[in-house]
Design a binder for this molecule. Sequence first.
Ligand code: UD1
Ligand code: MG
Length: 452
Amino acid sequence: MFTSIILAAGMGTRMKSKMPKVIHRVCGKPLCKWVIDASKKAGADRVCAIVGHKAEMVKETLGDVCEYALQAEQKGTGHAVMQAADFINEAKGEVVILNGDTPLVTAQAIEDAVAYHKSCGNQATVITAVLDDATGYGRIVRNSDGNVMKIVEQKDANDEEKKINEINSGMYVFDAESLSYALTKLTPNNAQGEYYLTDTLEILLDAGKKVGGFAISDNDEIRGINDRVQLSEAEKIMRKRINEMHMRNGVTMRDPESVYIEDDVEIGSDTEICPNVTLKSGTRIGSDCTIGSGSVLDRAIIHDKADILSSVILQSEVGEETHVGPFAYIRPNCKVGKDVKVGDFVEIKNSNIDDGTKISHLTYIGDSDVGKRVNFGCGTVTCNYDGSKKYRTVIGDDCFVGCNTNFVSPINVGDGSYIAAGSTITEDIPEKSLSIARARQINKENWKDKRK
Ligand code: UD1
Ligand code: MG
């Protein structure tokens, strides 16, 4: 067990954004939340984020997923960690320090670093990486025996140190007590006039403590996000990880590069996700489904064997063996039952559609409760809004709704009723009736000739 501190007080100037950097999203999840989740998954029992720039916005976005400490003025990474002094004093075991703008770090790497730190008996372990171009990063200075001696920032490095290509990832494992001690000794005597967290290593070595470096195996994991280009690169890497996870779980994707699946989506085995599909966080898809090209699903629940083609489904549930699309739009708060057909250019909103019902084409159903095995003709419209209030349309089981019917709600249609095509229904219909609500047809014979 360990605790973790996540540095998230910086501004992120290069994002050129009204939003602080750490709440920009990768695959639907704020950068900082990825780091919080990874450290919890690795075994952190308490997590504290250091917030500063637009702290309220960061806290509001992340909510109660972690604790917070405020760094009102940003005077360096060491100063940031000092703001969590109480948290560190209460910590049992190790304190892992991570950056809120490094979303690709995995739980596995954190676990490995903690295990390495313990097995070496270190008081501080810095996570390092070897890069072709180390410009901008703090360099890891080792002695001839390969032991870590200190970290030198780019701005403070001499020419020899600038040639070092092992860098500080900005992530560390500390023994809690040693960290508390080292923080009290930090001074801002450097090129940037800041309290550098990196100086803690030298301080601990001077006090006779053991310090080490843990080289990460995948350099992608330490990628920090500074601008929108790096944000898109991280998105691409994360998207690949997510898609591969689903494919390994038994999901088919013929063109994973064009599939956009956010974090927190579940997909059952033998389901196929076709090209250009977007699945937003909170979506749950069963087994043996097909999600056809161009579909967008946001917090949708799709049961087994459903088939969705080029459609948009928002915050709604679709039952087993139901067919949706092409080009259907299911808006929030719908519950569509089993073996239902929602065909082309059908829009449904805030409605319940029971099992076996067919809504095949060009129809709008809003604020309605529709029974089982109802057949809607083409062009049915529920007139659910009178300009100020919305009303419900209730249709019983086994009804047949003729083409081009309008329901001026509130309306109640009893079980087993038939409605003639072209009817504008303004009154309730008893069960098993035939309702015809249209002008009777008149044929004026020879009208064309008489017109002259
Ligand atoms: C830091 C390290 C450097 C390392 C690099 C890795 C120091 C002195 N240097 O440099 O060795 O190679 O990260 O990316 O630590 N932050 C605060 N409060 C502050 C300052 C920073 O919360 O007062 C946060 C930032 O928002 C960011 C993180 O700490 O998430 C790192 O700060 P940044 O200014 O990017 O440090 P670097 O100069 O990149
Ligand atoms: Mg940085």
